[in-house]
Structures are given as structure tokens and as C-alpha cells.
Design a protein around this ligand. Structure first.
Ligand code: FAD
Length: 541
């Protein structure tokens, strides 16, 4: 098949040619830092370290964000729940980061979302205590949150959220956090790292560490796409593999004790018309009083999450009938007209929280969500936990540790520490006149949708569709994602497989698993020639 349009030429395009060139660089250059894992933490560390002038490489065994970072609740939040645990510092930091992401780093990907928190008679936290928590939340956000919280009477709740159970309702609070696309936030962070010189490659697995006198000096890797092994040299290696952190630590030292306790979090996607929720609503599970969310997602509602201990391989995490029953029970209890049954679930996903092991808590929901950074005698630095929201702070701490192994770099990079705070991710970049990049066509609804997903990069996607009208047609009828985005995903976002496009570059599969299955073959036919033709050509200069 002829190539449908000229490939995008943006400075940060993660093209097939760049992937090939990066593989060659991995094998031939020597790096200050090798990051294993392309979730939000690995991406953030690569960006932070590259911004400070280090020579950085990052490898990811699957697609970028294919682990926990595409299976979260997709919220950028201060963590109201952590107030209950008395974790004020965590909440304050998260609130600051939420605002920084929304205002400066990724305004196209981080959008305000109002939450309605109803209180019923018999709830463990009454209206008075919830109100105090709300004040604390606003104060910890330095009163700069999207809007201040406000109290609602039961009558007002009934008019704003008519489908919500009225029986026993005492009132509610409305407060604000943000929603995001977790996989795209991760991808843009990877692009940001690449734009600063980091050598990033997906579908490259860590096989073993290379050591010199017991100290790690590099790694043996395997490129799944070419089925070839390669060796990379690096002064420091960071293990940012989330739920796989212990697996990778055992490659370094088979006798090492696990540092993680994995808990599984499941989300379901159901038609929003069935639930009827207008707001993001905070619920308490009727079974165990755990906090759950019902989040509006255009014509869908996202319901989550469970929190149960998990002991299998992180590669095998999945959604069980018991998870579905637990979540549907809660939605049906609070939205009595929903009457959802498992057959109404159109999409679902399960992720693993890499929590700190042995902190004494029996209830998984009570284990601290803070990150852990562990240094091994071999020099391996492992990081696990944290939140999507606070990835930039975790990245800063990890790079600070890395710099201790590279003493001569410290002075040169001290000033650069602040850059990660203010530099927008690639799609969040403003144009010279101070406005976010817009074009005349962007006034149309589809183009608005593209700017919301791609920000300043939207014109590159539009250019593909203008060149070839067929690419303006949707991947699935009724969904906003176009074939042009699928082509762009291959040409500029390092997508290698159909599932990368259906699950992470777009959300087709999450919104409708059956529809994703139906279009998979057609999509394969569209992208296969793009991957093949790019593979055959020499790297772009
Ligand atoms: P991951 O995203 O899992 O990345 C690790 C990567 O390492 C994976 O992509 C994996 O493929 C790769 N890898 C593993 N082994 C190897 C190897 N041998 N070689 C190469 N690569 C390898 N946070 C929020 O801020 N907001 C939320 O709403 C929110 N909701 C959540 C809901 C749930 C159910 C869960 C589980 C978490 C949630 N979080 C949320 C937390 C947040 O999602 C995680 O903290 C974050 O995604 C962890 O990112 P990570 O990079 O550490 O791990």
C-alpha cells in the first residue's frame, strides 16, 4: 500500500527511523544514566535527567505506559483520601503539582473536574468532618484550586445529580480535582525527554545486568521487534519498573528480599446513559465502606477501583468476576435506576499498585502511597510507588540520587534542577505570541478535540488528514479517534502494534472492547506498511 501522507517532521517526532537510530545509539554510545521502564516514573526520570544535561537512555519492555501508567483512575489529584491518613505533606505536594500540570506543563491533557461527595446517615465521615477536610484541601492548595469547595443541601443534590440515591442523604460537598489521559501524559513526558536528547526505545526488554567488580556498568537488552540482543553501557542504572521492581532487583541479586506489596485496582467502563451521573461522584462501597469513584467520560462512565492484594506475575494481572460484582454492587446501590449487570460492562482494565512492603498495615487501602527509592550495593537505584500526579517530584529526587554517583556533573546540573518545573511538555508548548498553537481549522469540533489531546502538536495530525481525506474518517464509527491519529501514532509516537493504538494512543479499546476487536484487522492493514517501509530506510538525520 502507498504511504498515505508525508510523515510528521516535528522536532520531537518519535518516528520509526528515530527508533532504529536510537537502537544503534544504545549499542554504540556510553550513557550517564540508563532508565529501565517507560511508565510515568521512568519517563519523568529520563526527562528530568536529560533536562539537567545527563546522557540518558530509557528502555521499555512493552509499549510506553503499558504497565500501571495506563491503568490508573486517570485523575490528577491532591488526594483528598490521604487527609484521612493525616498525610498533609503528600496532599500539599500533590495539590501543587496538580496546578503546575494544569496551568503550565500539560494544560491540554489536564482538565478540571468537579466532584460531588454525598454523605448519608451512618457514613463513617459525617458532613461536619467532611467540611473540615474540604477546608484543609483548599488551604493545602493555597486557596488556588480551580474553585473553592461548597456545601449542598439534599434538595440541591437531587437537582444537580438526580439519579443519585436520596434515601438517608444528609447533603454533599462539591470540590475540584483534574482528569487526564494517563497514557498520553506518559507518552508526552517520554517525548519531552527525547526532545532533550534522551535515547528512548519501546519493546526493548532488560535481560541481565553487566557488572564490573560487583558494580552495575550496563545491561544486556533484547529488542522484541528485530529479535536481537544488544549491550548498553551506563554509569548508573535506575529500575523504574513499577510492579516489576522486585523482579528486576532479583536480576541484580537473586537473594534480595521483596520490597513491594502489590495490590490490584480494577476499573470498569459502562454506558453513561445507564448510570446518568453528571458529576464525578464519590461513593462508599456498601460492602466495606471503601471510597470509590464514578467518573464521567464523555458518553461513558468509569467506575473504580478495587484494592486487593495480588501475588501473581505482574504480566498476568486481569479483571475477575468478583471485581466486577464488587464495583457494580456499589454503582447500583447509589444509582438505583442503573441496574447494571456484568453484560453492561463495555470495557475494563486492571492495574497494580506497587506499595511499600512490611509497613504493618493489613488493609491494602491503608498502605502509604508514597514512593520508595532503594539503593542496592551494586549501585542499582530502584523506585516504586508514588502517583501519576507527583511524577515530577519523584523524578527530581531520583536524579538527585543519580548525581551522587556522578560527582563531576553536580555543579553543572544544580541550576538545571528548576527547569522541569516550568518547561511544558511538547503538546503544552505555547507559540511565540503567547497563545497555545491554534489554526483556523481548529475552530471546528473535531479540531478542538485534537487540540485537547495533542495540544500544540494538533496541526501535525491535521496535516495528515488534510493530505488524505480517508484519514479523517473515524477508527470506529461514533468515536472521535480518526485513522489519521493511527498513522500519526506510528509516524510520530513510536506505536509498534495495533494494541498500542487502540489502548494507549487512543482509548478505543477501553471505551468499547468489542468495537476494538472488530477494527483490529483493518487497522493492522493500515499501519503494517508504514512500519515496514520505515524499517527499510536509513535513519533520518
Ligand atoms: P508502570 O507504569 O507500571 O511502569 C513500569 C514499566 O516498566 C512498565 O511499562 C513495564 O512494562 C516496564 N518494565 C517492567 N519490566 C521491565 C524490563 N525487564 N525491561 C524493560 N521494561 C520493563 N495516580 C494518580 O496520580 N492518579 C490516579 O488517579 C491514580 N489512580 C490509580 C489507580 C490504580 C488502580 C492504580 C494501580 C494506580 C493509580 N495511581 C494513580 C498511581 C499511578 O498510576 C502509579 O503510581 C504510576 O502509574 C506508576 O508508574 P510507574 O512508572 O512506576 O510504573
Amino acid at each position: 500500500m502507498a504511504h498515505p501522507a508525508p510523515p510528521p517532521r516535528g522536532p520531537i517526532a518519535l518516528s520509526p527511523a528515530l527508533r532504529r537510530a536510537n537502537l544503534a545509539r544504545l549499542a554504540s554510545e556510553s550513557f550517564d544514566l540508563l532508565v529501565i521502564g517507560g511508565g510515568i516514573n521512568g519517563a519523568g526520570i529520563a526527562r528530568d535527567a536529560a533536562l539537567r544535561g545527563l546522557r540518558v537512555a530509557l528502555v521499555e519492555k512493552g509499549d510506553f505506559a503499558s504497565g500501571t501508567s495506563s491503568r490508573s483512575s486517570k485523575l490528577i489529584h491532591g488526594g483528598l483520601r490521604y487527609l484521612e491518613m493525616g498525610d498533609f505533606r503528600l496532599v500539599r505536594e500533590a495539590c501543587k503539582e496538580r496546578d503546575r500540570l494544569r496551568r503550565r506543563l500539560a494544560p491540554h491533557l489536564v482538565k478540571p473536574l468537579p466532584f460531588l461527595f454525598p454523605v448519608y446517615s451512618g457514613d463513617p465521615v459525617g458532613l461536619f468532618r467532611l467540611g473540615l477536610g474540604m477546608w484543609a484541601y483548599d488551604i493545602l492548595a493555597s486557596m488556588r484550586n480551580i474553585k473553592m469547595h461548597r456545601r449542598l443541601s439534599p434538595r440541591k443534590v437531587a437537582s444537580l445529580e438526580p439519579g443519585l440515591k436520596q434515601d438517608g442523604l444528609k447533603g454533599a460537598e462539591i470540590y475540584y480535582d483534574c482528569a487526564t489521559d494517563d497514557a498520553r501524559l506518559t507518552l508526552e513526558t517520554i517525548m519531552g525527554a527525547s526532545g532533550e536528547g534522551a535515547v528512548v526505545v519501546n519493546y526493548v526488554n532488560l535481560l541481565e545486568f553487566l557488572k564490573d567488580a560487583g558494580h552495575i556498568v550496563g545491561a544486556r537488552l533484547h529488542d522484541e521487534q528485530s529479535a536481537q540482543a544488544l549491550e548498553v553501557r551506563a554509569k548508573v542504572v535506575v529500575n523504574a519498573t513499577g510492579p516489576w521492581v522486585d523482579e528486576v532487583r532479583r536480576l541484580d541479586d537473586p537473594a534480595t528480599r521483596p520490597c513491594l506489596r502489590l495490590t490490584k485496582g480494577v476499573h470498569l467502563v459502562v454506558p453513561r446513559a445507564r448510570v446518568g451521573n453528571r458529576f464525578a461522584v464519590v461513593l462508599r462501597s456498601p460492602r466495606d465502606h471503601r471510597i470509590l469513584f464514578v467518573i464521567p467520560w464523555e458518553d461513558r462512565t468509569l467506575v473504580g477501583t478495587t484494592d486487593t492484594d495480588f501475588s501473581g506475575s505482574p504480566d498476568a494481572v486481569g479483571v475477575e468476576p468478583g471485581d466486577v460484582a464488587y464495583l457494580l454492587e456499589a454503582v447500583n446501590a447509589f444509582f438505583p435506576d442503573a441496574r447494571l449487570v456484568p453484560g453492561d460492562v463495555v470495557g475494563c482494565f486492571a492495574g497494580l499498585r506497587p506499595l511499600a512492603a512490611n509497613d504493618g498495615a493489613i488493609d491494602p487501602s491503608a498502605v502509604s502511597r508514597e514512593e520508595r527509592i532503594i539503593e542496592s550495593p551494586s549501585g542499582l537505584i530502584s523506585v516504586a510507588g508514588g502517583k501519576l500526579t507527583t511524577f515530577r517530584l519523584v523524578a527530581q529526587s531520583v536524579t538527585d540520587k543519580v548525581l551522587r554517583f556522578l560527582p563531576r556533573k553536580t555543579a553543572a546540573t544544580a541550576k538545571a534542577r528548576r527547569r522541569s518545573k516550568n518547561l511544558p511538555l511538547p503538546g503544552g508548548v505555547r507559540t511565540a505570541n503567547g497563545n497555545r498553537a491554534r489554526s483556523a481549522q481548529q475552530e471546528a469540533a473535531r479540531d478542538d478535540y485534537l487540540s485537547q489531546r495533542y495540544g500544540a502538536r494538533a496541526p501535525e495530525v491535521m496535516a495528515l488528514m488534510q493530505h488524505n481525506a480517508d484519514l479523517a474518517s473515524p477508527i470506529v464509527a461514533g468515536m472521535p479517534y480518526t485513522k489519521g491519529e493511527a498513522v500519526y501514532a506510528v509516524e510520530a509516537e513510536m506505536a509498534q502494534k495495533v494494541e498500542d493504538i487502540l489502548r494507549r494512543r487512543t482509548l478505543v479499546e477501553v471505551r468499547d472492547q468489542d468495537a476494538a476487536d472488530r477494527v483490529a484487522r483493518e487497522l493492522e492493514a493500515l499501519i503494517a506498511p508504514l512500519l515496514r517501509s520505515r524499517e527499510a530506510k536509513p535513519p533520518a538525520t
